[in-house]
Design a protein around this ligand. Structure first.
Ligand SMILES: [Zn+2]
Length: 480
């Protein structure tokens, strides 16, 4: 492709506080419309907002986790615009003094690290939600103000991303970070996490930015990826024809898979920002910043690197393990019990445990096999073999019993005794003369058949390596 894409992303994350940003109303999702409102979040005349300290703490946590410079002096501003879901005619937001500026996120794409710079992190209130009835002939819309006033954190990047893969890695990393520090549930299906993308093209090697298009209200990471791919081809075609890409705001249609013009830059709003007079500006003391910094847990990107460097896990596997904090905790718990099986433990978790968690639709903390139990299974695996170990694993899930108890109960210890196995091998060859002859004539499948017969007799307990060796010895020794 002769063009390079330039992408910046705004992320809107609803903070997971019990009450709204400026009043005591509940933020619980899914309640009856307009049951979680009061004069403050409805913007009735004469009310005064009071800031939710928790929401500010959470915002500070994010700004610190994203390595931002923290503004010691912060206040809110009124962003004036009219929309039916915004009863006050303005949104209380931050324009002049954000919580944090100039941070960054390290992402990993195809094993390579890249720094994505964060322009700013600021706090604002959610608007309400318009509900358009699907009843045929309905010529009205309804407004639900339950969401109005829920604390919303906006995280704005610099236009640093150059591919869909980089954007995907950034979104994933940011989401993990928010989940790790526990400030948002990041449920995209409930709108807790939304994105806006600005996308432009320029010729490779050019230092000048092309005209950019902004895409609003993207409710899933998939939609972000799709719209970027779509815009790359749409804008590329325009440029190929010598036409201009218009600076405009567009909306993504997830049904028809196209973006559509919403408004041009000329029609764009003048928000007439001014400092919110009803809220006092406030100071963030250095002590508070230091305490917040100290309380930030190890973030997924660092944990991933540590897993690779210290625990001999591949980068790909480390990425899966650290995507979910509790899963990563589970793995570390296993490794703490026994350092000898790191690779094998991570294989069990990624291949077997994750599959069961998906099937049962549960999280790792509700999983019946504890780290101690998994480590024990891995430790006795050499005595029972791989395929029996899988059966024992399934049995552990069904019964909650330990691996050693199941192995003992069902007498599953593998047969490694060569002379004992040799007797069985002789018997199997005698009973399957045809297969033995076939093998002698170069039919390799015959060996698998003979081993299969032996496994049946030994109920899968025969050591397959020893068996193979014995059969080869016996069959080459037997007269043709
Ligand atoms: Zn309220």
């Amino acid at each position: 492709m002769k063009y390079e894409v330039v992408i910046g992303l705004e992320t809107h994350a609803e903070l997971d506080t019990e009450s709204k940003l400026f009043c005591g109303c509940s933020t619980k999702f899914g309640s009856e419309p307009n049951t979680q409102t009061c004069p403050v979040c409805l913007g009735l005349p004469g009310v005064l907002p009071v800031m939710n300290k928790k929401a500010f703490e959470y915002s500070l946590k994010v700004a610190v986790a994203l390595s931002c410079e923290i503004n010691k002096f912060t206040n809110f501003d009124r962003k004036s615009y009219y929309y039916p879901d915004l009863p006050k005619n303005y949104q209380t937001s931050q324009n002049y003094f954000n919580i944090g500026n100039n941070g960054y996120v390290d992402i990993v794409v195809a094993g390579k690290e890249k720094k994505i710079n964060i322009h700013n992190v600021h706090l604002e209130e959610e608007a309400g939600k318009l509900v358009h009835p699907e009843t045929s002939g309905a010529n009205y819309s309804l407004v639900d103000f339950n969401r109005a006033g829920v604390p919303l954190l906006e995280i704005v990047t610099q236009p640093d991303m150059r591919s869909v893969e980089e954007v995907e890695s950034y979104m994933q990393t940011l989401r993990n970070t928010l989940l790790y520090i526990g400030v948002s549930d990041c449920k995209m299906e409930e709108g807790s996490l939304r994105f806006e993308a600005s996308i432009s093209l320029r010729e490779h090697g050019s230092g000048v930015f092309g005209n950019r298009v902004e895409i609003k209200n993207l409710n899933s990471m998939k939609a972000v990826s799709k719209v970027i791919t779509y815009e790359i081809s749409r804008q590329g075609e325009l440029l190929d024809k010598g036409e201009d890409v218009l600076m405009e705001t567009r909306l993504w249609d997830d049904v028809d898979l196209v973006s559509r013009r919403m408004r041009s830059k000329e029609e764009s709003h003048d928000y007439r920002y001014f400092p919110e007079p009803d809220l006092v500006p406030f100071q963030v003391e250095q002590k508070w910043i230091d305490e917040t910094k100290a309380a930030i847990p190890e973030l997924p990107v660092n944990r991933r690197l540590r897993f690779v460097n210290e625990l001999s896990v591949s980068d790909y596997d480390a990425g899966i393990l650290t995507e979910d904090k509790l899963l990563a905790d589970y793995f570390e718990e296993c490794v703490k019990i026994s350092q000898d099986f790191e690779k094998e433990l991570s294989n069990w978790i990624i291949n077997d445990i994750l599959r069961v968690l998906n099937e049962q639709k549960i999280n790792i903390q509700d999983f019946v096999i504890s780290p101690e139990m998994l480590v024990e299974l891995v430790k006795i695996k050499p005595t029972i073999g791989n395929s029996i170990a899988k059966d024992v694993f399934a049995e552990m899930i069904n019964t909650g019993k330990s691996a050693s108890a199941i192995v003992k109960e069902k007498d599953l210890v593998r047969m490694d005794d060569t002379s004992e196995l040799d007797e069985i091998v002789i018997k199997v060859i005698e009973e399957n003369r045809q297969a033995a002859e076939d093998y002698g004539q170069g039919k390799k499948n015959a060996l698998a058949f003979l081993i299969g017969q032996t496994m049946k007799i030994t109920k899968g307990k025969a050591n397959p390596k020893i068996l193979t060796k014995l059969f080869k010895q016996r069959l080459s020794a037997s007269p043709e």
